[in-house]
Design a protein around this ligand. Structure first.
Ligand SMILES: O=C(O)CCC(=O)C(=O)O
Length: 237
């Protein structure tokens, strides 16, 4: 995939990867990276020193680029092995001309997942994810409707659709799929592909297939617009 001449606009190359069966806007690019790149990225992730990992319930993570917070992120330089991909994805126009400056590495073992959540206002409203090592199903949910307080709104009743996210793929979520709907991953060991998985036609997988999960590492690549320069903190101009 070539980089666009005008990185403010999403690349024309990406348009053919829009998942039209989902609300706006999902781009799903299978085999965005090669097997050799996947191997190399996994080696770099597992080369990080132990204290770089934070253990959460159901996954562990590495934070690269700084800690996003409402006052502004004290930006740290990304390592070259991540810069290669933050720059490539930014040059496709994924962040409206801005460059990604933050990467969250999540590791999920089989049976692990992440609760439905929104990524929120600390980020430019686009999330891009490269998956390594395993597929997963990313599930989307409608938000809790405040005006329907009498009807119980369970996770099940709010569930909307899923995306099959394969290893080596790139997923881009923008617009309502970023701002309105919640996303999460069920903590299961295998996935049965139902007709709720709306991007099957671009994956080569078949309706009814059972896919066994192995350890998945995701690189969640985003732009944090509000950053604090270290020089400001040190009182320099
Ligand atoms: O691993 C993924 O693909 C999802 C990660 C995620 O939702 C998050 O880090 O907020």
């Amino acid at each position: 995939m070539t980089a666009t001449a005008n990185p403010c606009n999403i690349s024309a190359d990406l348009e053919k990867f829009i998942v039209t069966e989902a609300p706006p806007t999902v781009y799903y690019v299978p085999n965005f990276i090669t097997e050799a790149e996947e191997e190399c990225l996994l080696q770099q992730v597992y080369r990080a020193p132990k204290p770089k990992w934070t253990q959460l319930s159901g996954r562990r993570l590495q934070n690269w680029g700084g800690l996003p917070n409402p006052k502004g992120m004290l930006a740290e330089k990304l390592p070259d092995w991540l810069l290669k991909y933050t720059e490539k994805i930014s040059s496709l126009g994924a962040f409206a001309g801005k460059t990604a400056n933050h990467v969250l590495v999540n590791e999920y073992r089989p049976g692990e997942g992440i609760m439905p959540h929104e990524d929120g206002p600390l980020y430019h409203p686009t999330v891009t994810t490269i998956s390594l090592g395993s597929h997963t199903l990313l599930d989307f949910y409608k938000p809790i409707c405040q005006t329907q307080s009498e009807i119980p709104q369970t996770e099940e009743s709010r569930y909307m659709l899923s995306l099959l996210v394969q290893q080596r793929s790139l997923l881009i979520l923008q617009d309502d799929m970023y701002k309105l709907y919640l996303h999460g991953i069920q903590g299961v060991c295998e996935d049965i592909l139902s007709d709720h998985v709306v991007n099957l036609s671009s994956t080569g997988a078949q309706l009814g297939d059972t896919l066994t999960r192995s350890t998945r590492v995701s690189l969640t690549i985003r732009n944090v617009p509000k950053v604090i320069r270290a020089s400001l903190l040190l009182g320099k101009k």
